[in-house]
Design a protein around this ligand. Sequence first.
Ligand SMILES: Cc1ncc(COP(=O)(O)O)c(C=O)c1O
Length: 398
Amino acid sequence: MAGFDLYGEEEKKSVMEVLETGCLFRYNHEHLREGIWKAKELETEAKKFTGAKHAHMVSSGSTAVTTALASAGIGFGDHVVCTPFTYLATIEAVLWQGALPVFAEVDESLCLTGASIEAVITEETRAVCLVHMCGAAADMESIMEVCKKHDLILVEDAGQALGAFYKGKSVGLFGASGAFSFDFFKVTTAGEGGLCITDSESTYDIMHQISDHGHSHVGDNRGMEEHPIFGTNYRISELNAAVGLAQMKKINTILDNNKANKAYLKNLLSEIEGITFRRMEDPEGDSATFLNFFMPTTELSQKVMAQFAEDGIAGFNYWYTNMYHFINQWDHIKELRMPFKMAIHHLGAPQDYSSLELPKSNEVIGRLISLGIKANWSEAERADFGAKMVASIKKVMG
Ligand SMILES: Cc1ncc(COP(=O)(O)O)c(C=O)c1O
């Protein structure tokens, strides 16, 4: 699943290069850095890999989503269609922007769809913050169609989906801007870090300016540049970027390993009657970080999870009751618990979050089990894990 599976000498060497110059800051200071530009080089690699015209690294996936929303012009009072199945960071980013989340249903694709977005559109709807959950792309065809029809701004939170493509195009490039996470658990890690991408130069300019106090980054005299806008500090340090760069150079190996391991385990699971799999909108473009499967009922999923625990098999996520990735665990957000007033406290929530019913999402996530695929399994380890997994499930399914 994660880049840390293949963490090694390359990451250490990359960090040491930065430590030896002492230039831990990503901008300027040419006299110190001896030609070493880790954040810049990582952005170049990210552009090559995704095909984006512009890439900008920030301090985390969370700040990347905030930056992506900001650079797309999403702000105070904007109604943004959101998914109830994501890491909290997506919803927090919308709220930090002063925008108002409007929840729509996910289905077996684990993502919003064109139809589910359209079902919640009102006069006030301005944007969609789409999440490509668990390593694979949403149904971009129907989503793009609805966004065009209703003139909605699309921002993609691809926090879990670096390496996922839809019909040959990287996620994150379908809308105004896209965001990825480089935290410790992601396909490539920087320890902490985030990536924003876009094909628009003016959007990119806002990305790098807003995440560094509005500096224009023109010229070589740090701090003496113009400030076209104001912003804040979401900068990535050269140390994190050094790790991220070494990892980015391994991304194809990580993805290849994930794909082989996932295909092997999926094949084993396919033989158990009653198990079905996440609907893949583009199977070729799957990053294969997760093997997502459905048991026939929520009750059976919970029994299988209990059996895995009893048999001592780790690596599965049951998002319905833990992990904070599903709306049924977001009481603090539904109750807008915050020590100060944000836009949503002034403007009011666009839906009554406490009584909101999302029956489809509830049914789908209740049945979903996600296995994090390891990129460093040997064939023997993979076979052993697979046999144990199947044996556990069969104890429940009979
Ligand atoms: C979909 C999604 N968006 C954003 C984030 C936030 O990333 P980070 O942990 O780097 O802040 C995550 C983290 O898990 C995520 O899964």
